[in-house]
Design a protein around this ligand. Structure first.
Ligand SMILES: [Zn+2]
Ligand SMILES: [Zn+2]
Length: 360
């Protein structure tokens, strides 16, 4: 039996229940979860933005210790410290062979996968095949990536989603260069990771934008050179900080048409606008034919940081070990399993950075 946080359907109260994960298969790994971050995508699973199968164990951004391995497993051994990867590439599909494992066909559009059951035998589903808000997870070996044991294990949970996504958006999708100007709109865990990554690359200025002024100290701690409380004049203020041009790269880390418009209008002529936030299917973004031509901007999305987790996760763990990456600056709250709803409420109110669910 494993304690896990379950949703029985959209907008229903979350419950801590006992689930049975079953036997460890030949290629599977059982991980004792050390910590799991509360990501905006967990909220999207239960508020109607995406449509997973229910009942659903939430959580996908996690770290832990390998507790058991199947007989065919070669990637890890019992006792290894690991970060969970919610989009393990198959390495054989067209996209993987093209060198774009973040677009792996086997993971496209997958919000949940079957796994585990309730004590009465009802089958459960796991968010993104992980279901990390649980004392234990049982996953394919491709979904675990070993990190050095010296890396603080609880904080390393964030490397599996927010940090990989934020750093990847900066390093891979946008390929930000030293001295480039950057604006980051939306300062949740991912947005703050974009700020940190931009600072580490040597971008200047790094302009952080959020609707909540309470995010200012978090933004500055993560390395922002400027903070703007978003308003009708956001893009004008960003242009004022860049000699009237707009920034080289703008990052939208919310997933809404209004903030995508702000990010688009914040980029210079010929600059790039990177959409990192995942928005809804019914939220239309309007761009006129004239402005698309006139501004000569690039509009791209960044899926899982355009990263190869098997390469990037160990590198990011090394950056955390050398303190160039400050995982602590991305975490504002630590809670127990039954308190994830408080993190969702903070998201709605626009407060705080990452909330980490910590297991003893
Ligand atoms: Zn996530
Ligand atoms: Zn693939």
């Amino acid at each position: 039996m494993t304690k896990a946080l379950l949703s029985r359907g959209p907008k229903e109260d979350l419950e801590v229940v006992d689930i049975v994960l079953g036997e460890t298969g030949p290629n599977q790994v059982r991980v004792a979860v050390r910590a799991a971050g509360v990501c905006h995508s967990d909220l999207s699973m239960v508020n109607g933005t995406v449509s997973p199968s229910f009942p659903l164990v939430l959580g996908h951004e996690a770290s832990g210790v390998v507790a058991e391995v199947g007989p065919a497993v070669t990637r890890v051994a019992v006792g290894d410290h690991v970060v969970l990867n919610w989009s393990p590439p198959c390495r054989v599909c067209w996209f993987c062979r093209k060198g774009e494992p973040w677009l792996c066909q086997q993971n496209a559009g997958v919000a949940s996968r079957p796994g585990g059951q309730l004590s009465d035998g009802t089958p459960t589903n796991l968010t993104l095949g992980i279901g990390a808000f649980a004392e234990e997870v049982l996953v394919d070996e491709r979904a675990v990536i070993s990190i050095a044991k010296e890396v603080p294990l609880a904080e390393a949970a964030l490397i599996g989603c927010a940090v990989l996504t934020g750093f990847g958006a900066v390093r891979h999708t946008a390929a930000v260069q030293p001295g480039d100007s950057v604006a980051v709109i939306g300062l949740g865990g991912v947005g703050l990771a974009v700020v940190e990554a931009s600072r580490l690359v040597g971008a200047d200025p790094v302009i952080a934008v959020d609707r909540s002024t309470g995010k200012q100290p978090l933004a500055i701690a993560a390395g922002a050179t400027h903070f703007i409380a978003s308003s009708a004049t956001t893009t004008r203020q960003i242009r004022a900080l860049t000699e009237g041009r707009g920034v080289e790269h703008s990052f939208e880390c919310v997933g809404r048409s209004a903030t995508i418009r702000d990010a688009w209008q914040s980029a210079r002529r010929g600059g790039s606008c990177i959409v990192v936030g995942m928005g809804g299917a019914d939220d239309q973004v309007q761009l006129s034919a004239l402005e698309i031509f006139h501004y000569a901007r690039t509009l791209r999305s960044s899926v899982y940081g355009s990263a190869d987790p098997d390469v990037d996760v160990p590198q990011l763990a090394e950056l955390a070990l050398s303190k160039q990456l400050d995982l602590g600056a991305l975490i504002s709250h630590r809670v127990e399993l039954d308190d994830v709803e408080s993190a969702f409420e903070r998201m709605y109110r626009g407060e705080g950075a990452r909330t980490l669910v910590v297991f003893d």
